[in-house]
Design a protein around this ligand. Structure first.
Ligand SMILES: Cc1cc2nc3c(=O)[nH]c(=O)nc-3n(C[C@H](O)[C@H](O)[C@H](O)COP(=O)(O)OP(=O)(O)OC[C@H]3O[C@@H](n4cnc5c(N)ncnc54)[C@H](O)[C@@H]3O)c2cc1C
Length: 320
């Protein structure tokens, strides 16, 4: 790569052609729920497909490492930040519409749509079946990527179609020709608990379709309100966090493991295993990513040594 094509210079040069935002050395704590994390070389917030095409061109020319971010409600960014490009998807595709297809009621959503807005539409439109998403503070893209859910339901069971966009050239093996889009239908989904195994690394989720059923707005609203009240009672939502840090191991809840290790309320620097829900690590105001990571590492190593339990993170890392 020649000197005048460093990633930063390439993206600087193309600011006038970009409808969304291109930010340089942007500190990611502003873009994550934990409110921690250092800068990224480039933060791209695309507004449309033209922006995505430009980003893809930049990635191919400059070979800059790339990561995708939604609302940042499940991501821990290192204090040193990320030496690459972060594509923040929150303004890219906010569509939401319903249709009937072969007797099924389908809702199409853009990946950028906040789940809270999807649920507001669900109440208005009488779209039942998505209530389990209440209180999960992410985007549609984040929910599809993570298979977000609770004991009341999981994203994978309600999905009909997932549309992904390749920001890097699709692998030849996929044989999809010139297009950058690929649609996955139900029999192509591969999901596990809080994990997808099918969204290609070089792609981002652009849209998703959900199967829903007709219900009354008041039933849907009542179910959602009940979930929100319960969350308020049981979760420390007055502090920055990423929700549950660990997945539940077999036959046990992750919070019970933390409790059995006497880590409820334990603090390192400005980070603490919440007293209220100890599978949440909260930022008390001055936490660094390294404080949060130190708590995670401590719980993992003690769970293994003292209880023979392998704790696996639900939270995703960037820049570690
Ligand atoms: C208070 C609180 C409560 C929570 N409760 C729950 C809960 O009950 N259940 C639950 O499952 N989660 C919960 N979470 C975690 C989080 O909200 C979910 O994981 C959510 O789905 C993340 O969405 P996001 O848009 O914020 O994704 P981000 O945190 O921005 O990203 C998460 C991962 O998804 C990837 N990603 C995001 N968008 C895209 C895209 N468009 N294309 C490709 N990859 C993408 C990112 O690269 C990253 O690996 C909670 C979080 C908080 C703060």
């Amino acid at each position: 790569m020649s000197e005048d094509l460093t990633p930063i210079k390439w993206f600087w040069k193309h600011i006038p052609n970009f409808s969304g935002e291109l930010l340089f050395e942007e500190t990611l704590y502003k873009h994550t729920f934990y409110r921690v994390g250092g800068p990224t070389r480039v933060l791209a917030i695309p507004k449309n497909l033209e922006d995505l095409k430009l980003i893809s061109e930049g990635i191919e020319i400059t070979k800059i490492p790339t990561a995708v971010l939604g609302f940042g409600s499940n991501i821990l960014v290192s204090d040193n930040g990320y030496d690459g490009l972060v594509i923040k998807t929150t303004k890219l595709n906010l569509e939401v519409s319903a249709r009937e297809e072969e007797g099924k009621l389908i809702v199409k959503t853009g990946a950028s749509l906040p789940l809270s807005v999807l649920l507001r539409n669900a109440i208005q439109g009488g779209w039942g079946g998505l209530e389990f998403l209440a209180g999960i503070p992410g985007t549609v893209g984040g929910a599809v990527f993570m298979n977000a859910g609770t004991h009341l339901g999981e994203t994978k069971d309600k999905l009909y179609k997932v549309v992904v966009y390749f920001f890097k050239k699709p692998p030849v093996s996929l044989d999809i020709g010139d297009t950058r889009f690929i649609e996955f239908t139900q029999n192509q989904f591969k999901y596990e608990y809080r994990k997808n195994l099918f969204v290609p690394e070089e792609a981002l989720i652009y849209a998703a379709e959900w199967i829903i059923h007709k219900d009354t707005p008041s039933n849907i609203k009542t179910a959602i309100d009940k979930i929100l009240v319960r969350r308020k009672e049981t979760q420390p939502i007055d502090h920055p966090s990423c929700g549950s840090v660990f997945k539940n191991p077999k036959n046990k809840k992750a919070w019970q493991v933390i409790d059995d290790l006497w880590l409820r309320g334990y603090q390192i620097g400005g980070a603490q295993f919440s007293e209220k829900h100890c599978n949440f690590i909260i930022n008390l105001g001055t936490a660094k990513a390294s404080d949060i990571k130190a708590l995670i590492d401590l719980a993992k190593s003690r769970a293994k040594q003292e209880l023979g339990i392998e704790l696996e993170e639900e939270v995703k890392y960037l820049g570690f």
